[in-house]
Design a protein around this ligand. Structure first.
Ligand code: FES
Length: 330
């Protein structure tokens, strides 16, 4: 005969231990002040972010032990944002652990959708909970929380400034103008047709005007590849042929797929290759795409000679260089 098992006795809930702040008004006051200090530190962190963003120069450096020379602008932004978020979080946790209601609640299982009365009860309980959290009774926490929370969202808004200004037509223009001399890169020396042997490739940039400085953005748009073939090797229409000079043809070096530098030239096949996603352009056919993801040929720069025999641009690029993007017409 099997022996019947005794049902397990309900162990019940362990005895509730009250927190110090629940029974000692001085401890409660101390906890309130601690929370307010944490929220205030958060507000200070956000103010540090704002100050660094607007008033610390981007090229200002300070020396820090271990880190060495450190960019003060970026350090202030990073630390300010970290403090702003860290202390508001710590303050909220400390508030919840020390001062918010500390009751054990048994939640009964129920159907997924609650009865209307239950939902009303939830709303009521939420309101009571908000009251019990003591915001009304603890103005110090309330004010410091409002201050910290109001400032905490600002970094996200302020950083939107870094998205601008909009490029407008800048991406469609380069520094190549009618008559601009081609100069070697590096070296900035004017280049003559005789400097290039058949099969040779050279990277060139537009000559700088006196006092003009070249920026990385300029190079990112202006870089041009010069390639010399035998004139008979070209398969170009009359107009494009007139843009070459004694077998020298010039293309934008900026890939029309996603803007990498088209840096590889295969002398035997006369192909230019982009190393990023392998777009391949046929030099003899005006850089027509013969392989890869690029949708457009590399823009061709029309070249000719000036009175001193130096290569110059005959006209600006006839289309924007670089990647295709949705606003563009070409
Ligand atoms: S950027 Fe040149 S192939 Fe993608």
């Amino acid at each position: 005969m099997s022996k019947e098992l005794e049902p397990l006795a309900d162990p019940g809930l362990p005895e509730h231990i009250h927190r110090k702040a629940d029974i000692d008004p001085i401890a409660a006051k101390r906890a309130e002040q601690q929370v307010a200090i944490l929220f205030s530190l958060s507000a200070l962190g956000t103010l540090l972010f704002i100050y660094s963003f607007f008033f610390v120069k981007e090229d200002a450096f300070i020396f820090l032990p271990i880190l060495g020379n450190t960019n003060a602008h970026q350090l202030g932004i990073g630390l300010g944002m970290a403090f702003g978020l860290f202390f508001i979080g710590i303050g909220a946790v400390h508030w919840a652990k020390t001062l918010m209601p500390d009751q054990e609640v048994i939640a009964q299982r129920h159907e997924l959708k609650s009865e209307p009365e239950d939902r009303d009860a939830l709303v009521k309980a939420a309101k009571e909970g908000a009251q019990a959290a003591g915001l009304g009774r603890r103005p110090l926490i309330k004010r410091s929380l409002i201050g910290a929370a109001a400032l905490a969202g600002l970094p996200g808004v302020i950083m939107l400034r870094d998205l601008g200004p909009l490029p407008g037509k800048d991406l469609e223009k380069t520094n190549w103008k009618t008559g601009t001399r081609l100069v070697t890169d590096p070296g900035d020396r004017p280049i003559k047709a005789s400097d290039l042997e058949i099969g040779a490739v050279a990277q060139v940039l537009p000559e700088l005007l006196p006092g003009q400085k070249r920026t990385l953005e300029d190079i990112g748009k202006d870089a041009v590849l010069l390639i010399r073939l035998r004139p008979a090797e070209f398969q170009l229409d009359e107009e494009r042929l007139s843009w070459t000079h004694e077998g020298i043809i010039a293309f934008s070096k900026i890939c029309s797929h996603m803007g990498c530098a088209v840096a590889l030239y295969e002398q035997t096949t006369k192909h230019l290759l982009c190393p990023c996603h392998q777009s391949t352009f046929d030099v003899t056919r005006a850089a027509k795409v013969i392989f890869g993801p690029s949708a457009r040929p590399l823009p061709q720069l029309a070249i000719t000679l000036d009175s001193e025999g130096n290569l110059i641009a005959k006209q600006p690029f006839s289309e924007p260089v670089g990647p295709s993007f949705w606003e563009r017409s070409s």
